[in-house]
Design a protein around this ligand. Structure first.
Ligand code: SF4
Length: 279
C-alpha cells in the first residue's frame, strides 16, 4: 500500500509499479481489512481506512509496521491504482464524485488482477528459453492490455477467472521451458507443497517448481533459487537472507515484502529490497 517503488528493470514494467502519488488511495478504501497480525482494524470494502488523509496519503506511512499494519507494507497493486484513478475514471476521485465511487471500488480489484497478469506475461516475454512461445505470449499480453483499457461498466462483466486460466496455462509451459535449462535434480516438483517452517538453509533449489508452495517461516538462508518457479509461493516470514533469487521465475514485490532478508540477498533486477529488511 502507499509507498514508492523504484529501481532498474530488465523489461519495461514501469506502468506495473505502484505510483501512489497518482492514485486516490484505492487500496485503502476499496478493500476489506480484517483485524489480524497484518491489520490492526476491521474495515469494510468501500469504507476509507481511518488513517487515510484528505490528500489520499497514509497518515502513518512511516510507522505502519510498529502501529500494527505490516500488511499494508506487503500489498502491491501492480500499478492498478493509478490506472483506475487516472485513466478509467479520468482523474475524478471518489470524494468528489461519490456517485461513481462504488463502481470505482469494484473496478480496482479487477484491474489489479489484470495488471498482475501483465507483470507475469512481460517477464515471460523476456525469457530467452521460452522463445518458441513468445508469439503466443505477446498476443496474450496484448489482449490483457486491451482489457485494462475497457470503460468502467465493461469491467464488471469481465470473465477474469477464465482469462487467468488461459494465462496460467501459458505461464506453466513457459516455466517448463525455462526450468529445463537448470541442472537436473532428483525432485523438482514442489508445486503447492507444505514447506511451512522447512529447513532449507543453503539448499540447491535451482529449477525447482515451487508454484503455490507454502514456505511460511521457512529457513531459506543462503538457498539457491535461480530458475525456480516462485509463482504465488507464500514467503510470509520466510528468511531469505543471503539467498540467490536472481533469475527466479515470476517472483513479485509483494512476496518479497512478506519475507525477511538482508543486504546479502540477491534479487532479480525488476524488484527492490524491502525497506524493513536487515541492511
Ligand atoms: S494504514 Fe495507511 S496504508 Fe494501511 S490501509 Fe490505512 S491508510 Fe492505507
Amino acid at each position: 500500500m502507499p509507498d514508492n517503488v523504484q529501481g532498474p528493470d530488465r523489461s519495461d514494467r514501469a506502468a506495473l509499479r505502484a505510483d501512489c502519488a497518482s492514485c486516490f488511495g484505492l487500496c485503502c478504501v476499496a478493500l476489506t481489512l480484517t483485524r489480524s497480525a497484518d491489520f490492526a482494524i476491521d474495515k469494510d470494502a468501500g469504507k476509507p481506512c481511518g488513517n487515510l488523509q484528505e490528500d489520499f496519503r497514509c497518515g502513518i506511512h512511516t510507522e505502519l509496521r510498529t502501529r500494527g499494519f505490516p500488511g499494508c507494507t506487503v500489498y502491491d497493486c501492480f500499478g492498478a491504482g493509478q490506472k483506475v484513478s487516472r485513466e478509467t475514471f479520468d482523474g475524478q476521485d471518489w470524494r468528489g464524485a461519490p456517485r461513481t465511487a462504488r463502481q470505482m471500488f469494484q473496478v480496482f480489484p479487477v484491474m489489479r488482477q489484470l495488471h498482475e497478469l501483465l507483470w507475469y506475461l512481460t517477464e515471460a516475454l523476456s525469457l530467452e528459453p521460452a522463445r518458441p512461445l513468445h508469439g503466443e505470449i505477446r498476443r496474450t499480453l496484448e489482449e490483457t492490455e486491451r482489457l485494462t483499457h475497457l470503460p468502467a461498466d465493461a469491467f464488471l462483466d469481465l470473465d477474469v477467472a477464465g482469462h487467468r486460466d488461459i494465462v496460467a496455462e501459458l505461464l506453466l509451459r513457459t516455466s517448463e521451458l525455462v526450468r529445463a535449462t537448470a541442472p537436473r535434480r532428483k525432485k523438482r516438483d514442489h508445486r503447492g507443497a507444505d514447506l511451512i517452517g522447512a529447513r532449507l538453509k543453503g539448499a540447491d533449489l535451482r529449477g525447482v517448481d515451487l508454484r503455490g508452495a507454502y514456505l511460511i517461516a521457512a529457513d531459506l538462508t543462503g538457498a539457491d533459487l535461480r530458475l525456480a518457479d516462485l509463482t504465488g509461493a507464500d514467503f510470509r516470514d520466510a528468511d531469505l537472507s543471503g539467498a540467490d533469487l536472481t533469475g527466479s521465475l515470476f517472483l513479485t514485490q509483494a512476496q518479497l515484502n512478506a519475507a525477511r532478508g538482508n543486504a546479502a540477498t540477491k534479487l532479480p533486477p525488476s524488484l527492490r529490497r524491502p525497506a524493513h529488511w536487515d541492511r
